[in-house]
Write a protein that binds this ligand. Sequence first.
Ligand code: GLC
Ligand code: CA
Length: 561
Amino acid sequence: MPTVAAELQPHHQGDSPADEANWWRQAAVYQIYPRSFADSNGDGIGDLPGITAKVPYLKELGVDAVWLSPFYPSALADGGYDVDDYRAVDPKIGTLQDFDGMVAALHAVGIRVIVDIVPNHSSNRHAWFREALAAPKGSRARDRYHFRDGKGMNGELPPSDWVAAFGGPAWSRTPDGQWYLHTFTPEQPDWNWDNPEVRQDFLATLGFWSDRGVDGFRVDVANLLVKDLAEDLPSRAELELMDRDSGTHPLADRDEVHEIYAEWRKVFNEYQPPRFAVAEAWVESPVRRAKYASPEGLGQAFSFDLLVADFDAGQFRRIISANLEQVRLTGSTSTWVFSNHDVARHATRYGLEPLKGRKVKQGTEWVKAGGPRETLDIDGGIRRAKAATQFMLGLPGSAYLYQGEELGLHEVADIPADARQDPSFFRGAEWDGLGRDGCRVPLPWEPDGPSFGFGANGAHLPQPAWFADYAASSQDSDAGSTLAFYRKALALRRLLQAGESMVWIETGNADVLHFARPGGWHVLTNFGTEPVDLPRGEVLLSSVPLNNGRLPGEATAWIRV
Ligand code: GLC
Ligand code: CA
């Protein structure tokens, strides 16, 4: 039975101004997908009062912050990443008053609030896009987006053959014959970041939420904002040959994007403590990523390296060393994440051994194949996921957790086509087959009821029968549950997390990683299948029970030496 050492005291009291400003450096951040978290009024859609009602749950879980995926007014063409109005709450999920109530309730228990900002594109229902459509060619209103004439005799061909991220062309035609650019769905027109009004408006949005007490921002596709749309656009094939690492690619990761974040930083620093931001930027190299994490810019950037890795000691070690090296470039801290609203859950990815691979792609392939349960190692997946998560929670830096992983949830694959919502499913995205709905299914809070306690009625995405076995209420009082494991790990992490350093300790076994943190906190993960000896010391927590004092395969232990 894992034990929590009662005499341990927190290293950080968190009350000096420096601690206050640095709260994010080693935070455990829990991602909430608001429409699928908890439904307070029985309309099938999770809402802000639903989150407020679960504050005691979040407090007991022991996270330092929550990050909310978009809750803004939206037609949900892309799950809310199509924003109609950046400074309002979607009436389907609450009001601004509900938002303030939620922030107050979270703050009252010491949980910070991070909101998602979507600056690459608005929705096609945004007031400025409507205005642009109604305005003539060449107008000031059209300059806020990327409108262009088409090719061909009558402009009937798109300006280029570019393909959108979820499939289909990246240009759509307006009734008057011009075309507009959308990196994602046609309902998500890209902003023109060369336009000063666009820049000003986002500064106003950052101030609006900061004034309401928001502690930080997660910046959606932070690397795509600035574009160079020269007269002669390159073809899709030409684009693919261009270096995405040079800072001069026409569409991605252009150097000028950092001028925008320098302006944002000025807004963040007007607050006490300064507002925090983390970039979602799938860029090519550590050096490119570091620019987003600069203290003159957003301050932190997601690393998705562990998320795309196999459950493999060698890969993990290389990734961690490289990421720690990288954050030294800027003085930021690293981020670690296994699951979010865009990928198949890591318990499932790690449970797909029969497919001979555990990467995100394998998860996607499995979902595409209809998620045959007989090819999924249900227990092995969760065992490896817990080992990996406990390993991650021992690392210096911030750990991002995704709602439902603390329940040991697997991906839901068998969602009928007519119940699916993700545009990447309907548009036949090349990178995905069935899309991302399987990790966005509303959570099971109770083992029964019309939507397993999610709400008083149904849920907006169908929940599978097996959700009954994963209910939060059943796990709550079960000391051996995944939920109890997450709570213990997060509580201990809070006590143990001291300096930002770690040192590898050689194990002489290629399947076993061992590192030490300040204060005698040792983390040991056995990626192999044979039990191994543990260093002498007090075992604070292990992801599975020890076997005669030894660490079984696919398991992690925290030891105080
Ligand atoms: C980000 C989001 C994803 C969304 C896309 C477009 O990658 O995480 O969910 O579809 O941006 O906004
Ligand atoms: Ca609701």
